[in-house]
Design a protein around this ligand. Structure first.
Ligand SMILES: Nc1ncnc2c1ncn2[C@@H]1O[C@H](COP(=O)(O)OP(=O)(O)OP(=O)(O)O)[C@@H](O)[C@H]1O
Ligand code: SF4
Ligand SMILES: [Mg+2]
Length: 323
């Protein structure tokens, strides 16, 4: 069976709400996408579109008040949305690992690097004593940390930002996960270190055949890192497309607006620019197509009838009446 018919991850109509004192925030409102083994999915969309909540919900790591209220997260055939917290602890860090934006919040300043890379290994691998440390050193070496057998004794503050982020990558890779979720993993790094880190992640991915979800605001990173892209708007995937299709044949007006805000000749180099109009407020009632108030092509149907997922050929999908 090929990877398309049997993806590693198949998210179907996922609905996640955060219940706040202002009301229910439908942070993910029917999110669907698939991810094949060894491939990278980019998740893009403006701030508040539900990228992080979607990623966190895959691991059932939602903030207080957050709950999966519908849909399925089929990972290697098992529905993670129906698992208990106890069952999820066997999956987190072992089969699915996450790299967050800020390495300092992921690393504990009072423990050595070695202790922190040992921890998931101790938890998930049938290893004891020296073998645990050997596995941790192997993970640090995979992330190209020079002389890892010495650096294991360092504390986080003794390392540069780029090296700390590599340690976070080593922790994530230490148990050889099938899926790595990276939520804006390079935003706190300067440009040169960022480029090196991205090259490294791509090498590690190719070496290990791990699948990756890569959340980013940066279209240059999408072009460099991703095979497919899910464009999110107001808690929905509005376009799901190959990276070539994203740049050469975008179909959803929101995707087009994002790309049009960047000059064509260098658009692969630029970050998402702001587009006209206000982003939607998710705890208020939205029109049937949430993009309608900002869309130049909107008509009355767009406000009243929810647009379906429309095929734009092959496995290119856009959620719009006018694809
Ligand atoms: N802890 C929380 N409590 C209440 N609402 C939240 C919480 N976290 C996120 N939200 C809301 O859920 C929606 C989706 O947020 P999310 O963090 O997933 O956005 P995002 O696409 O990751 O944005 P960014 O690009 O800024 O990281 C937003 O409307 C946000 O305000
Ligand atoms: S459904 Fe209508 S409002 Fe929504 S993106 Fe398409 S054309 Fe615009
Ligand atoms: Mg986010």
């Amino acid at each position: 069976m090929d990877a398309i018919t049997h993806p590693l991850l198949d998210v179907r109509d996922l609905k996640v709400s955060i219940f706040t004192r202002w009301g229910e925030v439908k942070a993910a409102n029917g999110v669907s996408f698939t991810l094949a083994r060894g491939r990278t999915l980019g998740v893009v969309g403006e701030s508040g579109s539900g990228k992080s909540i979607t990623c966190l919900s895959l691991l059932q790591l939602l903030p207080a008040g957050g709950r999966i209220v519908g849909g399925e997260v089929l990972f290697d055939g098992q529905n993670l949305a129906a698992k208990s917290q106890r069952e999820m602890r066997q999956i987190r860090g072992k089969r699915i690992a996450m790299i967050l934006q800020d390495p300092m919040t992921s690393l504990n300043p009072v423990y050595t690097i070695g202790n922190q890379v040992d921890e998931p290994v101790r938890l998930h691998q049938p290893l004891v004593g020296e073998a645990i440390r050997a596995k941790a050193i192997q993970a640090l070496r995979l992330l190209r940390i020079p002389v890892p057998e010495v650096r294991v004794r360092d504390f986080p503050h003794q390392m540069s930002g780029g090296m700390r982020q590599r340690v976070v990558g080593a922790i994530a890779m230490s148990c050889e996960p099938d899926l790595l979720i990276a939520d804006e993993p390079t935003t706190s790094l300067d440009t040169t270190v960022q480029a090196q880190y991205l090259d490294l992640l791509r090498e590690v991915q190719e070496e290990r055949g791990v699948s990756m979800i890569f959340v980013t605001h940066d279209l240059g990173i999408v072009a460099k890192m991703c095979h497919r892209v899910a464009v999110m708007y107001a808690g929905r995937v509005v376009e799901f497309v190959s990276v070539e299709g994203l740049f050469d044949d975008p179909r959803h007006p929101y995707t087009k607006a994002l790309l049009a805000s960047v000059p064509r000749h260098d658009r692969r180099e630029r970050r998402l620019a702001a587009i006209d109009g206000q982003p939607p407020v998710l705890h208020e009632k939205l029109p049937a197509c949430p993009f309608a108030p900002r869309c130049a092509m909107a008509d009355s149907r767009c406000f009243n009838e929810e647009p379906p997922e429309v095929s734009a050929g092959g496995d290119h999908m856009a959620r719009c009446w006018k694809v």
